[in-house]
Structure formats: structure tokens, C-alpha cells
Design a protein. Sequence first.
Length: 526
Amino acid sequence: MKLRLFNLRTDASHPDLAGLAAARLRIDPEEILSVEVVKRSVDGRSRRPVRVYTLEVETPNAEGLLKTFAGDPGVRAAIPAKDAVYEGPRVQLAERPLVVGTGPAGLFAAWALARKGHRPLLIDRGKAVRPRWRDVNAYWRRGELNPESNVVFGDGGAGTFSDGKLYTRRNDPRNRTILEFLAELSGADEILSQGRPHLGTNRLSRALLRIKEVLADLGVEIRFETRLEDLLIESGRIRGAIAGGERIETDAVFLAAGHSARDVFDLLHRRGAALEARPMAVGARAEHPQALINRSQLGSEQPETGAADYMLSFQDRRAGRSGYTFCMCPGGEVVGASTDPEGLTVNGMSYSSRNERFGNAAVVVTVTPEDYPGEGPLAGLAFQEQIERAAYRAGGGGHVAPAQRIVDFLAGTSSRGSIETSYRRGVRAGDLAPLLPKAVVTTMRRSLAHFGRRVRGYDGGEGVLIGVETRTTSPVRIVRDGDTYQSVNVAGLYPIGEGAGYAGGIMSSASDGLRAAERIEAAERR
């Protein structure tokens, strides 16, 4: 047994880690047999930065020390990485499994299935990463949107064009396996010990080029530009699929199509799969000079610890809603993330260096199915489309984004003149309030005022809102059994990842794909 020690703090640049662990456990340093850095971060809020470590240590009296420190949250038993499940006995399926989507859930499901000997077929409606980059650049520079190959659809999913955040609140034993795999693929070993690891768009793209080689060596067949067109269901069980105009015989479909595959939700609804509407959040991207964020958070415009970030929230008790920041991208840019030629939504991304002039984050407010127009499981999709099309019109077309200075948004006045932002298609000054539900606007204003008390200058004249942010998560959940991960009424259908409504972000989506692959044996033995 190993012990995990949390929040070990030191101002030494190169500390004696064994000594640091021994002091925490009140034992002799010679009793520390091994020490491994699990996480390393820097607290830069004081004049002299403090290094903060999470360590995993081996000591001969681990069980006794756990009893001594019982109730101390800083000393716990280390959880072993979950990996051996992908080896060992294999169940023979009648047909090879089909994995739909090359986002984190789909890629890791295919990887795990291949290691179990199932040799899956992996398809994606979009293009491989290099031609996908060409399509994305044409969209960002000239407003030429390819509905099948863009920031959302294609190799790596929506996470490819993001900050590449690899941290999650879920204490899942699979996290270490995922991080080690991504570190090897991207050549970024530092993510194994960073407190808040990230790859950035550039290193994620590098990892995608290599992961396809790994999958191919394991026997995975990968087809891009192959859209799922239909599911063949007989007597409540998957019997095959139609994709790219071809009938595919399969008895197991791992559906990782993403939160923006609206046609897939329509297909599931027509085929009678159990769906339900779920809450999400909408708002806009807030952008500030990164120097302002650094100065407020770390006391310096160019801190030695790198670009500062933030995570802010506000509970609007008067309205019964929450406002919060989401997917903060230090030293990044705001990008178009649309899939509809006549709809506009934005997101944030950054490269691994995080050294661009601006920093941005979504400022969003929770909405529930009661806020959606109409009823039924797909009502949230109509809600998103309504807001995105209004934003497109407000920008004047061509995927120019509507924008408003934060001070004007708070005052309820329209912005005028030119506004400098990182958004490549340019912005059109105006009023974002008419684009969003009144209740959302009210809570956004209260939230921004609160954030200004947490980050100095946040609600001042240098902040800009760029609209709109609508794809924070899936507004639809594909209902599945908690034990088998199969659809509750379509056997052999495994809804996984963010689009299925069970994950949010790269790490949680990847682990969801792994968990589904683990369960295929138990399901097929019945």
C-alpha cells in the first residue's frame, strides 16, 4: 500500500521531497522508501511563490500511519490506477463493435475495446486532423463554414480546438491511465505532475496524429468523413447501422457523437431510444487583457508562474439561478464554434504556451428544461438554435460576432464604435441582452458585478462580452442503465461521453469511454 499526501507547501525551488513527506508524517526520512510527484503547482498570491505538492509515498508502516492520521484529509491511501481490466479473458461478439465519434470518449472506448481483442470500427463524420485544420482556418479567416468539418466535428472532437484541459473533479482511478497515454502521445511528460495539466490545441493535434497509429496497430479500422445515418434495431436490440451509405453489421454501438450532433439526437428520437431533456447553461465569452488578470490574481502583469486563470461563481438566490465562469483560457483567444451556417456560437482555446494578449472564459447562467420553448426531450436543441441564429443576425452575417463592453452590458446600454478582441472574424458592437432570455441577462449582470469584487477590473472598461456561448454541455441525455451502460430500451447501444449527457470535458469523457468498454463483457455474458 502507498500513501497519498496532499497540500505539502514549501518555498524551496528544489525541495527535498522525501524530507517533506517525512515531516508531514512525523517519521524519519529513511522510512520513506519511494516518493512520486502526483501533482505540482505554484501558489503565486504572495510575494514569494509557494510550491504546492501532492505526493505518493511508500513506507513500511503505511497501514499504521493511516490509523494515526485517520480523519486527516491530507493523508489517504493511494488509489491504484485502473488498467489491468483491458487485458485477460475476452468475450467473442457476433460482429465487431462500432464506435461513433473520435472525441475523447470514442477514442478511449476504441482503444480499450481493441486491447480486449474486439477490433472495432471507428467512424467520424468529420475529417482527420490535418485537413480539418484547413477547414477550420477557412472558417475563422473567411467565414466559410463546413458543416461536417469544423471546430466541433472531426478528428479529436470539440476538444481539439480548446485549451486542452486535463483536470477533473472526478477522483477516478482511470485518470492516471489517461494522462500517461496522452503524455506519451504528445511528448508532454509534465502533465503527469501539473496541478492543472493542459496540452493546448497544438499538442492535442500532435497527440491525435500518433493515437491513430496506436489504434491501427491494435487492429482498429478508422474511417473519417463517414456519418452515422441510421441504426438498425430489431426487437429492442442493435442489429447494425448505416454509415457513409454502407450497411455495417454490428451488435454493439458505442455512441460518442458529441453534444452538437443534432441529427443523431433526431435519429435516436425517431428510432424510439429513451431520451430526456437536461439542464445546461448559456451566456457569452468574457475577454480581458491577460495582463489585467495576471495583475489581479498574481500581483504582476508578467508573473514567473505563467498566465493566471480564475474560476468564479455566483448564486443568485433572488432568481434561483447560478452564474459562473466556464472553460477559462489564459493567454488564449475566442473562436467561432458553429455547426450551423446561419447560427453563431463561440468558444475559447489556447496553445500550450498560453502567451497571447487576451484571456477569456465563458460567463454563463444555468437554464432548465422549463426554460426551453416547447416540450419533449429535444426542446433544448431548439432553444440553442434560437439563440445562435439571433446572434448570427446581430453580427450582420458572415460569422462576425456581436460584442458588448461589460460596463455597457451592466448599464443596459448598447456599445458603439470599434472593439478590439481576439476573435478573428471581427466583432460588431451592440447589445447582447436581446439575444438571451431576460432571466439569464439578469443573473449575468449580478454575476459580473460579483466577479468584479473577486478579480479587480473584471467589470471595468477593459472587459468585453462576445456572444453567444450555448454549447456548454448537451441539452439531451440518452438514458442508459447505470450498471451495463447500455440504453435502457435498446440493448447493444452504449451512449457515452459529453453528447450522451454523462460527462463534461476531455478527462471525464475519456474515462466514460473506458468504463463503457469495461462493461461489454458483463453485458454479453447475459
